[in-house]
Write a protein that binds this ligand. Sequence first.
Ligand code: HPA
Length: 278
Amino acid sequence: MTSPSTLSYTEQIDFAFEYIQKRYPQSPGIGIILGTGLGQLIQHIEIEMEIPYESIPFFPVSTVESHHGKLIFGKLSGKSVVVMKGRFHYYEGYSMKEVTFPVRVMKKLGIGHLFVSNAAGGLNPDYGIGELMIINDHIDLFPENPLRGKNLDAFGVRFPDMSEPYDSSLVKKGMEIAAANGLNVHQGVYAAVQGPNLETKAEYKYLRTIGGDAIGMSTIPEVIVARHMEMTVFAISAITDLCSPGKVRKISLAEVLAGAAKAEPGMSLIIRELVKSL
Ligand code: HPA
């Protein structure tokens, strides 16, 4: 899609929003970003409209093979949602402004609650492959912050609070849903680095030492931007490989996808039940 490139970032957001709004004039209240290998939730959505990323003005286009980029609008557990199937990673070469562009557009669409999933390595030695971790805090190790630069006053304040990025009542409710359904779900701290290489053993040790329970390459930029706009955030990691001392081994994308597939039914259930409760 060719579009005027002289527009400001905010004008680009407006442009993308107007394009979507023309095709889907409703206002979903809930946004969901699905991580690597975690697209199955879509099977539970009564789909009303799909818009491929490449057709939306100024939307970045996903380059990772395991992602098929599109926005999906519809009903999940009876609630209006928009799902991002495929996200933008910093390691793909996008700036943080590009990575978080869709979250800005979501706000314009009326999203107040953001759900985020990802595939992550387990730093906590108690974690197993295919298990879930509800994120209750994070450590941002990206080299760039999505809020860097002139503040977008129309969206939020210059120095947004991060004392509770992940809504504690949703964390609690998520844990209760897990327990009620016999799922072994942890809660913990998600640390994120830019990637794309996986980490060395010494780096895993460091990440554990500074307080990480899981490690990945996504989520935090979107969460920072969502919190800038005061969205309520719930995020959950599928533990796809183990990164604690003695458990580190070579992993492939196929293994990450297999771990995600194992975690996916539980993740899907927790998100569906949480959405229902909103
Ligand atoms: N690091 C280690 N293991 C992982 C990651 C990561 O960023 N993502 C998924 N598994």
